[in-house]
Design a binder for this molecule. Structure first.
Ligand code: UD1
Length: 425
């Protein structure tokens, strides 16, 4: 078992570079399936989830290579897609990474069928697929569930209007990727507006797709008969950038986050400014600095452009060492407060009730062994360890490795005292 040993008491200072967004790169790789030939995607983070998506694509018959850049945690992926991809994605891969289901839309659109294993349970909530399924059915696919697989068939998809009950990121992406090769016009209403959706639509446009309204709640897709491969660069990771920004404030440090896009973090940065931080866009990135103890600020997670649910654990950790009391409300994923019990082990004063958490700030936390329950919870616990007395051992760090390239190295580059250690499992 690998753990992080975090010694508290140092401020994060210096410069850190952010590579492409995990949540975009995985979908861009799936989108490569829409055209035969070599698609090249740059600034793809060197993380476990990218390795899993590469394996998903290999089993569909693609050749996938990853060439890491010398610095910055990113690299270039080349996906060579055959004329006739295979259409089955197994449970062993989908179980390891839920985002594997984003091959569903491209496969149905391009091959007329797909068999993708159902993801099953998830540590941060039920995460249904109902909107993916009903949207594909509206486009003309027949979808059945058999032996743990979703089986979709559609000799030809036909454009239609789709209204999502909730602006789901994954459903919006799957439906747009299906609609680009459908016959006629598709309108997706109440679509997700995340920068990763805009990124996916920009890559699809580069492949020859006709898409209007990416980044708004109404996306219109005019189907085309075929797409071509493309060379594309992934949008910078706003969640990784936000993690470093919150870390700078919690540890009362001063960090320049290269390649961070302030416009993708508007609400989160406004919250940090309310907490007393100095937040300043700089050439090619963002500077966040903090003098003295932060103030508690209330946070409500919402679909973009609201405060991102993926930064909620870091927001709770920040409030835990701020002055005053904060109310944190989680509106996107049920069960995302599970990690709070771990934070309480570090001496944080947090009470949860349904989708609310009341956090009473303390001057410092006190180190203890804690368990990373998912990617972002793990990152939040490490930030908490940086402001705890003594040495905090964060266990199950494979979760963190799924989302943060060179996590330990990047933190050490900012002056943190953190080691990766092996423990008997
Ligand atoms: C993506 C991100 C994840 C982020 C989330 C919200 C990836 C790989 N993951 O997840 O990091 O936290 O967006 O910003 O990109 N839902 C349904 N039915 C559906 C689809 C979703 O009920 O058909 C529900 C989910 O259970 C959840 C909510 O909608 O409660 C949001 O899910 P969604 O936006 O789809 O998130 P993901 O795409 O899974």
């Amino acid at each position: 078992m690998e753990c992080f040993e975090v010694t508290g008491g140092t401020a994060l200072t210096g410069r850190v570079r952010v590579t492409g967004a995990k949540n975009s790169a995985l979908k861009l790789m799936a989108a490569a399936l829409l055209a035969a030939g070599r698609t090249t995607i740059d600034e793809v983070p060197d993380i476990l989830d990218v390795a899993i998506m590469s394996e998903v694509l290999r089993r569909l018959g693609c050749e996938v290579t990853y060439e890491r850049h010398a610095q910055g945690g990113g690299g270039r992926v080349v996906v060579d897609v055959p004329d006739k991809p295979d259409t089955e994605t197994d449970y062993d891969l989908v179980r390891r990474m839920r985002a594997s289901i984003s091959v569903l839309g491209p496969l149905v659109a391009r091959c007329g069928s797909a068999r993708v294993a159902l993801p099953g349970g998830d540590a941060i909530g039920s995460r249904g697929l109902d909107m993916h399924i009903s949207g594909l059915e509206r486009l003309g696919a027949t979808i059945e569930s058999e032996h743990g697989f979703l089986v979709a068939t559609a000799p030809r998809l036909v454009g239609t209007s789709i209204w999502l009950d909730f602006p789901s990121v994954g459903a919006t992406e799957n439906l747009v990727m299906a609609a680009v090769l459908a016959q006629g016009t598709t309108v997706v209403d109440n679509a997700a507006r995340e920068p990763e959706i805009v990124d996916l639509c920009a890559m699809l446009a580069g492949m020859g797709a006709q898409i209007d309204g990416a980044g708004t709640s109404t996306i219109t897709v005019e189907g085309v008969p075929a797409l071509r491969p493309v060379t594309y660069t992934t949008v910078p990771d706003r969640i990784v950038a936000g993690t470093w920004a919150i870390g700078a404030v919690m540890t009362r440090g001063d960090v320049v986050i290269e390649r961070a896009v302030p416009d993708h973090l508007t609400v989160a940065l406004a919250k940090l400014a309310d907490a007393g931080a100095h937040v300043e866009p700089v050439d090619g990135g963002l500077r966040v600095a903090m003098d003295g103890r932060p103030r508690c600020v209330d946070v409500v997670t919402l679909p973009y452009p609201g405060f991102p649910t993926d930064l909620q654990p870091m927001a709770v950790a920040l409030a835990a060492v701020s002055t005053g009391t904060a109310l944190i409300t989680e509106n996107v994923f049920e069960g995302r407060f599970m990690f709070v019990n771990e934070l309480v082990r570090l001496g944080a004063s947090v009470r949860t009730d349904g989708h609310h958490a009341v956090v009473r700030g303390r001057e410092r936390l006190s180190s203890a062994p804690v368990l990373a329950t998912d990617i972002r919870a793990g990152a939040g616990l490490v930030l908490a360890g940086l402001v705890s007395d003594g040495v905090t051992e964060v266990q199950d760090v494979h979760h963190v490795d799924r989302g943060y390239p060179d996590f330990v190295e990047q933190l050490r580059g900012l002056g943190a005292r953190i080691e990766r250690v092996e423990r008997p499992g």
